[in-house]
Design a protein around this ligand. Structure first.
Ligand code: GNR
Ligand code: NI
Length: 167
């Protein structure tokens, strides 16, 4: 297994749109294992392949306290959503920044699992927030893009400065 390098905002590769996984094979499963290890070690509750510079529709999520409920979504699609909820979000690609984002309260997601089998999951609460945050990454969207232009400019400047100082 391996810890993968997570792209840091503002990096234009975070805005690439991920392509569909054509077939789920051993290489897909190896990437999933490495993404899970990277997420747990960060630590984080989710990770999208986009964040490790792989532009395929793969996400891993685990919102359990014991880190024993890994969920893998390949080619995920939100097929239904309802309600609205605001949650303070963070992102491993935008370290140290936490801001409130409004999203659907409940989502129904259709995806393939790591065996390539289709499944449907209904999620609410924090799991629903995380799934939407990760699917956004696959579309090239980072949560700060929901904020005002002023906040985005400030966050970009802050992270660029920090990246210069830690080189
Ligand atoms: O670890 C993470 N925490 C988090 C908190 C609130 C809303 C979303 C998230 S996802 C984030 C990991 C991450 O960046 N995934 O893309
Ligand atoms: Ni993120």
């Amino acid at each position: 297994m391996a810890i993968l390098k997570i792209l840091q905002y503002p990096d234009e590769r975070l805005h690439k749109v991920a392509g569909k996984v054509e077939r789920v094979n051993e290489a897909t499963r190896k990437l999933v294992r490495n993404m899970a290890e990277t997420m747990y070690s960060a630590p984080g509750v989710g990770l999208a392949a986009t964040q490790v510079d792989v532009h395929e529709q793969i996400i891993v999520v685990d919102v359990s306290e014991a880190h024993n409920q890994l969920k893998v979504f390949i080619n995920p699609e939100v097929i239904a959503s309802s309600g609205e909820e605001e949650c303070e979000e963070g992102c491993l690609s935008v370290p140290g920044i936490y801001e409130k984002v409004r999203r659907a309260e409940k989502v129904t997601v259709r995806a393939l699992d790591e065996k390539g089998e289709p499944f449907t999951l209904e999620a609410d609460g924090f799991l629903a927030v995380c799934i939407q945050h990760e699917i956004d990454h696959l579309r090239g969207k980072v949560f700060v893009e929901y904020l005002s232009q002023l906040k985005q400019t400030r966050i970009r400047a802050k992270l660029k400065k920090r990246q210069r100082e830690t080189l």
